[in-house]
Design a protein around this ligand. Structure first.
Ligand code: SF4
Length: 159
């Protein structure tokens, strides 16, 4: 059972995006990190938090605050981003994104590519991502190794 956080604003503009209402940086609902943390603390039976969007790395310091609190509460932290792990490591998404990466357990990276989209799932295996270019990355192991270490191989067939 996970707490889902959708951040507003996305610069990637992937054709076929399932969440285009999150693209506008001036859209969504303005709230404070303290309020989100209050709700997070008072929600029971959670295994973790999943941060999506939109592009969470557009507001890395706010997300960092929430991710740090989630880690302190013993929750696993997953994050979806249109940037690749390598782009974040190289500073392409900014210094805040690099800091935030330290607090993420599993990163699902890369833009959604419609021509590589997963179709209907044939064997019931959840893939946790939208297109086959995206990876489920074990961030801690990847940071230690200095290269991408997958959290789980995606062996399922496309429909
Ligand atoms: S990165 Fe995600 S939210 Fe942004 S346009 Fe692509 S699919 Fe949509």
């Amino acid at each position: 059972m996970r707490f889902a956080l959708f951040t507003q604003g996305c610069p990637h503009g992937c054709p076929g995006c399932h969440n285009p209402e999150t693209w506008d940086e001036h859209g969504g609902m303005l709230t404070d990190t303290e309020e989100i943390i209050r709700v997070l603390r008072s929600t029971h039976y959670l295994d973790g938090i999943t941060i999506s969007g939109g592009e969470p790395l557009l507001q890395p310091f706010a997300v960092l605050e929430i991710a740090e609190e989630a880690q302190a509460l013993g929750l696993s932290v997953w994050m979806y981003t249109g940037y690749t792990f390598e782009q974040i490591r190289e500073g392409y998404a900014g210094i805040g994104a690099l800091q935030l990466l330290q607090e993420v357990d599993v990163l699902v990276d890369g833009r959604f590519i419609a021509s590589r989209a997963y179709g209907s799932i044939t064997d019931g295996t959840p893939v946790w991502c939208g297109s086959s270019n995206q990876r489920l990355i074990d961030v801690r192991q990847s940071l230690i190794a200095g290269h991408v270490v997958l959290w789980r191989e995606l062996g399922m067939k496309l429909a």
